[in-house]
Structures are given as structure tokens and as C-alpha cells.
Write a protein that binds this ligand. Structure first.
Ligand code: IPE
Ligand code: IPE
Ligand code: MG
Length: 237
């Protein structure tokens, strides 16, 4: 039997913070705070399992449409988490990247993002991409705009190289917690051949055991990339 393959790149739509809080009669922001703890735990667990890239959806292009106090709370949470999390990321050998449209974030948050990236730039055990003010459609459009500005033809290879996640391979496994079965404008381009896994757990409850269940399910899948099963089978010895 071949050794079970650990997905090299896991992407996660961290959904369900609000419902986690509501169930406890807490404000939604309490759920988001708990979500930061869940992310720290999950990133550590992924690094321990040999995952090379973890990409998480923290704030979508559409999340600006939420009530102002929730948006403000999420921005403050991010700004606060940035400085606080760097030491634990360093301990776990995790390099941080922020992926998304930074232009509409406050200068304070923008500076915090750049600082946290610089402070973890030497870590090489695992990459953690935090998608913040990110949308799959924004990503495809900004990649196309970059090519146009450079006078380059829009080909599949060129677009791929201009996407916001060009520094990592495509996700092998895409997990969504919180029970919804949709992509919600996450990695539209990069998830073309990702294995999809939906968990009913709210994000704050997504623990190591839940991660292992997702990885175990991934290991049962046959990734064909358009080929037939027979083509994938190792030739008879
Ligand atoms: C996901 O949790 C986190 C963000 C979108 C920022 P939600 O806030 O969407 O939680 P639910 O879906 O309302 O439970
Ligand atoms: C997706 O969750 C975005 C993030 C987890 C950051 P949403 O809660 O915003 O998605 P919808 O609105 O249910 O599709
Ligand atoms: Mg949600």
C-alpha cells in the first residue's frame, strides 16, 4: 500500500463564526475572536502534518456589505491579531502573506500587513495566505488588468502568473466549514481541480480531529484531472 498523501495546499472558507456566537447569545464579534484562535490552532496542526501551504478566507470583497460595526470590528481584530500572532507564527515556522485588495484598507492596517509579512519572511516550514478583502472575480480582473498594462497577451499561463496566489501551487483540498455548500467568490481560478470538502462544524469548532477527517476524506478521492481511472492506475508489474 502506498503512503497516504498529505495535501500540499489546503484552502479554507472559515465560515460559521456568527452562528457560533449566536448560539451562545454572544455578539457576532465574539465568534470572530474565537475564529482567530481556531485559525492559530489549525495553522499549527497543518504545519505539524506536513502541509506546505494553508490559504484561508478571512474577509471577502462582499463582506463590506455587513453592518458597519461588524466591519469595523473585523478590521480592528485583524489589526490587533497581526502584531500579536507574529511570535507564535515564528515558533511554528510559518510565513505569512496577505492576499487581496489592500488599497481600500486603512493605512494603519496596510502598514500592519506589511510589517507582519516582513517579520515572518524568513520562516520556511509552511506558507499561510490570509485572504482579506479578497474575491475570486477581483483576482481574475486584477490579473488581466496587470497583463493589459504591461502590453502582454492574455493567455492562461500569463493569467496564472499574474494571479494573487502565483507564489504557491493550486489548492489540493478546499474546505468550507459552517454547512453552506458554495464557494462565495473564493478561489475561482485556483480551485479548478481542488477536491471540495464541506464540514457542518462552525469555524470556531473546527479542531484537529475535524482537520484529520477532511484529510482522510481527501485521501480517499481519486484525482483524475480529466483522465480515465485506467490511465491513472500504475502499470501492472
Ligand atoms: C465567517 O463567519 C467569517 C467572515 C465572513 C468574516 P460568518 O461571520 O460569515 O459567520 P456566519 O456565517 O454568520 O455564521
Ligand atoms: C465567506 O463567508 C467569506 C468568508 C468566510 C470570509 P460568507 O459568510 O461571507 O458567505 P455567504 O454570504 O454565506 O455566501
Ligand atoms: Mg457566513
Amino acid at each position: 500500500m502506498t503512503a497516504a498523501v498529505i495535501p500540499q495546499h489546503i484552502a479554507i472558507v472559515m465560515d460559521g463564526n456568527g452562528r457560533w456566537a449566536k448560539r451562545r447569545f454572544l455578539p457576532r464579534l465574539a465568534g470572530h475572536k474565537q475564529g482567530v484562535d481556531a485559525l492559530r490552532r489549525c495553522a499549527k496542526a497543518c504545519a505539524e502534518r506536513g502541509v506546505k501551504v494553508l490559504t484561508v478566507f478571512a474577509f471577502s470583497s462582499e463582506n463590506w456589505n455587513r453592518p458597519t460595526d461588524e466591519v469595523d470590528g473585523l478590521m480592528n481584530l485583524l489589526a490587533g491579531a497581526l502584531a500579536k500572532e507574529v511570535p507564535s507564527l515564528a515558533r511554528d515556522g510559518i510565513r505569512l502573506f496577505f492576499v487581496g485588495d489592500r488599497a481600500s484598507l486603512s493605512t494603519k492596517v496596510q502598514a500592519g500587513l506589511a510589517q507582519a509579512e516582513a517579520a515572518t519572511a524568513h520562516n520556511d516550514r509552511m506558507v499561510l495566505n490570509v485572504c482579506f478583502n479578497y474575491g475570486g472575480r477581483w483576482d481574475i480582473a486584477q490579473a488581466a488588468a496587470k497583463l493589459v498594462a504591461a502590453g502582454q497577451p492574455i493567455t492562461e499561463v500569463a493569467l496564472n502568473g499574474a494571479m494573487a496566489l502565483a507564489h504557491v501551487p493550486d489548492p489540493d483540498l478546499l474546505i468550507r466549514t459552517g454547512g453552506e455548500m458554495r464557494i462565495s467568490n473564493f478561489l475561482l481560478w485556483q480551485s479548478a481541480y481542488s477536491e471540495l470538502y464541506f464540514s457542518d462544524k462552525w469555524w470556531p469548532d473546527f479542531d484537529e480531529q475535524a482537520l484529520d477527517a477532511a484529510i482522510a476524506e481527501f485521501q480517499q478521492r481519486e484525482r483524475r484531472f480529466g483522465k480515465t481511472s485506467e490511465q491513472l492506475a500504475p502499470s501492472a508489474a
